[in-house]
Design a binder for this molecule. Structure first.
Ligand SMILES: CC(=O)SCCNC(=O)CCNC(=O)[C@H](O)C(C)(C)COP(=O)(O)OP(=O)(O)OC[C@H]1O[C@@H](n2cnc3c(N)ncnc32)[C@H](O)[C@@H]1OP(=O)(O)O
Ligand SMILES: O=CC(=O)O
Ligand SMILES: [Mg+2]
Length: 549
């Protein structure tokens, strides 16, 4: 039922539908807090986005990412981040998932130490998903969250012992179109942060020894972006007279430029840092995207670009060394395998892959890692407990690691195949279809797919098409052309229809998704993010609430 908001702060306009309960999130005071933050930081966000474009131009002219000579002293001098609070000392296994009500309850009850609740890679940011996400998080922090599955006659509620909650706002590039401030859309991550912080800081801190709330920060490319987050945290803490350093945030190192900025990012956030995380999927996406104008950097099939490739091994090792030198956690990333219900042999094989990946991480020195599904928590916990009986391994200094620019930029080894072009296309279309219909993470062909993994499919296709890559892993090597790709799209769409069934196919948005995905794979200029254009397809303005209320 459409509701009205009582009174909005000057300059704020809500353009989304107001369903029952939304008014408790979109309160005047919460929106005023958001507007204050937006007005102060919007110019800096615009500046960093312009810097990204300028930097990309230099990469396009042949430059490669590198360590910045201007910040050599920050990399080489001794300093450490503020001490990590006890509540975050043990992060051996972290589960992740979208801010969806049942999943939040399941994740908090999963036995993982931490739950990263996500407005980002795993969420399709429809207005309803976002506002309901805030309702769900508020109820989770208050401990009152419940969910009734009527079909199964099951009530979900929290156990006595639950995971510690971290929230991941959207990346800097995304907007929240349904909230306008002074005639412009709100900055997505600032909206996510402000609404969550406003409604939860008091309850959260009362449960966590005066610390919190806790965050994961995605997709940054430079320490100047981390400096904005630090200033946002300071403003939020000062506004509510909370001691500076209460908020803690873990930064995902998931762009190629950021791997050259890890000390600098930690330095900017040193009062608020809770370490770094290897966001491997976005990192691979960024690796391809950053060198988009370099025809000599064609990447092999997506499935071959695993963490044992030299550039990825180097990235993880440098991250561990950097974090431990600065006294903070070095978190591992996500294995994409999930439980396979109907095939025990395939399930065993998937579990073996997850186990190997987690063993590699714990032995390299990671202090914890991610799991995509509650069914994996025991397996991952066992690997970490057996190889790291203490809460973390911050004492492991990894001074043996000496990673150079060359290591970080080394091309992955492998071949390119038509089957990979087909799989990228099939996965990309189905993921986008799910995203357009409101679901941001899906199981496809027994793997977890989210915005980061789908981006790899898109940019890999784009790269191969743009440079007419030779599919050198096939018995008869052919060149990828737009014509070949058009045929692949058509054939894979048929295959999807056969797989999902004609009813699901015709009631879904597959044709639209295919058109958009194909366009995104064949543009002359690569779009920075698939979700930028796709967001226009899920933006829904409401006439009832678009007036100034
Ligand atoms: C690149 C990155 O950024 S990684 C981080 C972002 N991505 C993610 O967080 C993905 C998280 N994982 C998921 O979304 C899901 O596991 C999927 C979509 C991959 C698979 O989901 P499903 O097909 O629903 O899994 P499945 O049917 O096996 O689920 C079984 C139960 O586990 C629950 N479940 C599955 N994954 C999760 C999760 N991550 N958190 C909480 N609960 C979960 C389901 O809700 C379901 O609950 P129920 O039995 O009470 O109904
Ligand atoms: O956010 C995580 C990633 O791998 O991307
Ligand atoms: Mg990511």
């Amino acid at each position: 039922m459409a509701q009205k908001l009582n009174q909005l702060p000057a300059g704020v306009r809500i353009r989304g539908n107001i369903a029952s309960g939304y008014e408790k999130i979109l309160t005047r005071d919460a929106l005023q807090f958001l507007a204050d933050i937006e007005r102060e930081f919007r110019p800096r966000v615009k500046y960093i986005l312009a810097c990204r474009k300028e930097q990309q131009k230099r990469y396009d002219q042949g430059e490669l990412p590198s360590f910045d000579p201007a910040t050599k002293a920050i990399r080489e001098q001794e300093w450490v981040c503020a001490e990590t609070p006890a509540v975050l000392a043990d992060r051996r296994v972290e589960i992740t998932g979208p801010v969806e009500r049942k999943m939040i309850i399941n994740a908090l009850n999963s036995g993982a130490k931490v739950f990263m609740s996500d407005f980002e890679d795993s969420l399709s940011p429809t207005w309803d998903n976002v506002v309901r996400g805030h309702i769900n998080l508020r109820d989770a922090v208050n401990g009152t969250i419940q969910y009734e599955d009527k079909a199964r006659n099951k009530i979900y509620k929290l156990n006595d012992k639950t995971a510690v909650l971290l929230v991941r706002p959207r990346g800097w590039h995304l907007q929240e179109a349904h909230i306008e401030i002074d005639g412009e859309p709100a900055t997505g991550p600032l909206a996510d942060f402000a609404l969550y912080f406003f409604h939860n800081h008091a309850a959260f801190r009362s449960k966590h020894g005066g610390y919190g709330p806790f965050f994961y920060l995605p997709k940054m490319q430079h320490s100047r972006e981390a400096a904005i987050w630090n200033a946002v945290f300071e403003k939020a803490q000062d506004t509510f007279r909370i001691p500076r350093g209460s908020i803690k945030a873990t930064v995902l190192i998931e762009t190629l430029p950021a791997v050259f900025q890890m000390h600098e990012i930690l330095y900017e956030l040193r009062q608020h840092s809770a370490g770094l995380n290897c966001g491997r999927w976005d990192y691979i996406f960024s690796f391809i995207k950053t060198v988009r104008a370099h025809p000599d950097r064609l990447v092999p099939d997506r499935v071959q670009v695993g963490m044992t490739q030299h550039f990825l091994k180097s990235y993880a090792e440098l991250l561990i060394r950097t974090c431990h030198q600065r006294g903070v956690h070095a978190m591992g990333g996500m294995a994409a395998q999930i439980p396979i219900k109907d095939n025990p042999a395939a399930n065993d094989a998937a579990f073996a892959l997850v186990k190997a990946d987690k063993l590699r991480e714990v032995k390299a020195g990671h202090d914890g890692t991610w799991a995509a599904h509650p069914g994996l928590i025991k397996l991952v916990t066992d690997v970490f407990d057996q190889n790291m009986p203490q809460p973390n391994q911050l004492r492991m200094k990894r001074t043996d690691v000496n990673v150079t620019e060359h290591d970080l930029l080394q091309m992955p080894k492998g071949v390119r195949t038509l089957e990979a072009l087909r799989l990228n296309t099939r996965v990309g279309i189905q993921y986008l279809e799910a995203w357009l219909t409101g679901t941001g993470s899906v199981p496809l062909y027994n793997l977890m797919e989210d915005a980061a993994t789908a981006e790899i499919s898109r940019v890999q296709n784009w790269q191969w098409i743009h440079y007419n890559a030779l599919l050198n892993g096939d018995p008869v090597p052919v060149k990828v052309t737009k014509e070949l790709f058009a045929k692949v799209v058509e054939e894979e769409l048929w295959r999807i229809e056969r797989e999902v069934g004609s009813q699901r196919f015709s009631s879904g948005r597959f044709q639209e998704a295919a058109k958009l995905f194909a366009k995104q794979c064949t543009t002359d200029e690569l779009d920075d993010f698939l979700t930028l254009e796709a967001y226009n397809y899920i933006t829904t303005f409401s006439p009832i609430n678009s007036a100034r209320l």
